[in-house]
Each structure stands twice: as C-alpha cells, then as structure tokens.
Write a protein of this length. Sequence first.
Length: 558
Amino acid sequence: MKKTVILNFNRAAIAALLAVIFVCAGFAQGPQPPRPSIKGAELKGKAPVNKEILRATLPKPYETKLSNGLQVLILEDHHLPTFNMQMVIMSGGMSDPADRVGTAQYTATMLREGTRSRDTKKIAEDLDSLGASLFASSGLTSTTSNVSASGLIENFDRVMGIFSDVVLNPSFPAEEFNKIKQRGLAQLRLQRSQPSFLSGEMFSQVIYGSHPAARFSLKAEQIQGFTPEMLQKFHETYYKPNNAVFAIVGDVKPAEVVAKLEKAFASWKPADVPKTEIPKVQDAGAAKIYLIDRPGSVQTNLVLGTFGITRTDPDYFAVEMMNQVLGAGASARLFLNLREDKGYTYGAYSDVSSFKYRGTFRASSEVRTDVTKGAMDEFMNEFRRIRNEITTADEFDRARRSIIGGWALQLESSATLLQNAITLKIYGLPADYWDTYPQKIAAVTPDEVKRVATKYLDLGKLQVVAVGDAKRSPMACASSVRWKSTTARVNRLKLQPPQPPRPHLPTAARRQPARPRSQGHGLFWPTPLTASFHSNSMSNRTAMILWEISKRHSEPFP
C-alpha cells in the first residue's frame, strides 16, 4: 500500500526555493544581452498620429434637368438596398410676407397632412406598410423648404407615388390644420418656460434687430391667424419645378430614376417665381447686456456673441479653426476652463453659423447662479486670449485633426454625401469644394486664427444675454462688476415675474375688462436690463461698461 507524503512549506521556504531555481537557471543560460535602452523615448499611452493631410476624391452625383426645369442630382451607392431622397424648394421663411411670418414653415408642416387623394391617416398607413419615412420642414429664417423620404429600394415606386403626391397636391385640410395650430400653441407655451429658448430668442433679436433673421419663434396671434388659404397661396407661388432641386442617393440607376421622375412630375409646370431679396444685415451697435429674470432658477443661462460671416466668405475656414480652438468641443478652451478648471458648469461651448446672410458667433453655458460673474470673467478672458495670443502648435494641430477627422467620419453616411451635394447647389460652391476641404482646413495658420478672432470677435460689439434669478445674480444685485480692465456699474432692476396661464373660457364668459396686452395667457416678457460698453480703442484707458435700465414696454408671452 502506497503512502502519500505531504510536505508543508511555509511561505518563506517557498520563496527561498524559487529564488534558488531562478538563479540557477540564469547561470545555466549564460550572460544575457543588454536590454534596449528606452532613454529619450516618450511613452504617453497614445496611438501614433499620421501627420499627412487626408486626401479624398468623393463620388460626384449625376446631374441633369427634367423637361419642366427641375434640377436633378443622383448619387449611386450600392452598398445597401435603400434610398434617401429630397425635394429642396429654394424658398423658405425668408420668402414669407412681412405680415405673414411663418407661412413657409406651416406650409411645409401641412404637406403630409392630406392631399386630394389621400388623407393624413392614409399617408401614415401607407408609409408604415412600406417601412418608409417622409418628412417636410422649413424654418422662419430658412432660405429653403425641404421634403425628404427614405426606404427600401424595392418600394421605391410606391414611395415615389406618395412623395410626388405630397409635393404636388397638398389639400391643407382645415381639421388637420387646426390640430397643427393647437400643437404649435402648446409647444410655444412649453418653450417659454425654458431658459435656453428665452436666451436664444433674445440673442437673435439683439443681434439682428429688424432683419428677418431675428425671427426665432412665432407669437400666439400669428399662429392663430394662419388660414389654409394662406398656405395654399405660398405653395402655388413657390413650389415650382424651376425653383427646386431633387436629390437622391442609394441603390439606384440614373437613367431609371430620371424616367420615373419625368412620369411622377409630368403635371408640374414651371412658372415665374418672385425673387427673394434678403436685406443687408445691419450692425448691432455697441455691446449690451440683457438680464432676463426667471425667479427660482438655480442656474444662469449665458449667451455671448457677435456677428459672424456668410457661407461663401473667404475667411470661412479660418473662422472654423478659431471656433474649434475656442469652444467647439470638450477639448477646447472654454470647456477646459469653465468646467475642468473652475467647475462652474457641466459644459461651455461656442459655435459659428453662416448662411447667404451673415450668421453669428456665439458662446454659451449654463452656470450656477452664484458664479455668474466668475463665468463672465472667464468667457472674457478666453475671448481676449484668442484675440491677442498665437495658438500653440500642439493645440492648433489637435484642432485641425479634430475638424478633418470629424468631417471624414461623416462621409460614411450616404445621407451626408447627398446633403453635401445639395449644399453646393444652394450656395453655388465649386464642384471640388468637398474634395479640397481637408487641404483648406490644413492651410489655415495660427496667425490667421488670431487675425479672424480680432476681426470678428469684436468685444466692443459683444451682445450678452443672461437668463436667471435676478435676485440671486451678482450682476443684478452688486453695485459693480469688474472684468479685469473693464468695470460694469450695475443698476438694480425689479422685474415682473411670470403669471400663471388663465384657463380657457367660453366666449361669453370672457366678456370682462381685459388686462392690457395680456393676450389671454398672462405671461409677460421680463423687462431686460441693458448695459452699454464704452471703450477708447486709441488708448489703454480702462474701458467702462455703464449699465442702464431699458424703459421698454413689456411684451406678453404667448
């Protein structure tokens, strides 16, 4: 019978035994060659970066024109059995009559609510059965109206039947229109409770003044005043084939698409379309600050900005780089300063917009009420910094790679390729614009970023909007606010708080003296506090910001 012997070793004995084994093994192998030195190497835990500039030749759409004058762009993409198409009407909110602002928006919204042969339920059921989607939209400041549809290529003919019917034969049914208006009024009431909406609306108004681009939202009385006949007239005036571009991308063949388009839009006849004249944007004047009281807010919603550029401005690429360095993402200066360093906010960003008319540069954040002044200080510090200092090579390189890399990722989407082709048509950009986009971004220098920052980020014309609790905001309660070389005298302002909405009453019950300008909803514009900035650019004197109360008549919230 075998005996099993169990040897118990303590940890020290085991360690000693292992040491002897490894030492002996080392002697048995002989001397080892020296390990390669890593002296001078940088181990940052980063993947290697390719310094070469991305070069790409993007697929070009097939272009033609139908017999009725409709421009057609067809981009083949046979990776998936799908399609995505758009009808772009080259008239939008900018074509609205001055006394009927919002007509383009509501015309587009109503397109899929019924045609002469299909009601809204039939349209929805047919699209659902095909697994397809169809949307239509326009904006108050848009220069276009869009109808888009997508689905499986096997259902293309049936989707095109619905698509063409919606574009050509909307009936603007009164019952559905009333529902759309009621939804619009409800949405408006909700928006009026949101600080970001209030700040965005005020910013648009102070930047653009009386220009049509100042339109940010409709008033209740404007929505209530729309009639189906107004929308029908807009459709009859602007929805013409010679005022439109049809674009499609997907598993399609150009010849087949053109033949089907000729058939689907055979009844669409060209006609003269009124030319939309967009007035020149006027200077916003000296810098001002607008405080909008929102009692109970624990945060201040800040928006700071100035005029930007048009989409075809030669400085477009330099301005993009400036914005990327300053505030376009979580690695940009504003975010790193106000969130990572100071902890004032969850995020601080900037953006630039550009259209056929001048867009805007704007920076924004939501900060704790008690650090409102500190946040303003840091915004101003970063604005001055990008105006006065050359961006470091490393920071500049990161910004450049971020823009080009983000652009390259978007090219994976066929819908983006289609939208890029449409953009060329809308703004009249050269055919190789997107092919050379990375090179144009790469060609921007730090000196150019400093130049455009100095040119467009004019602190003497900076417009600032702050939405928050005026009683708790240091800007409203303190006697002065100091921004380094700039001092702001603050006047206290007693603002009228919003009133709760009144319940809807029958007409007979409403026969009582109405409160002035209440419009039946009782929500009033808070009176803004404005501040005028005065500076002498010919000397180094301290700039003085004099705050004054604007004695404006309150406007009611819808």
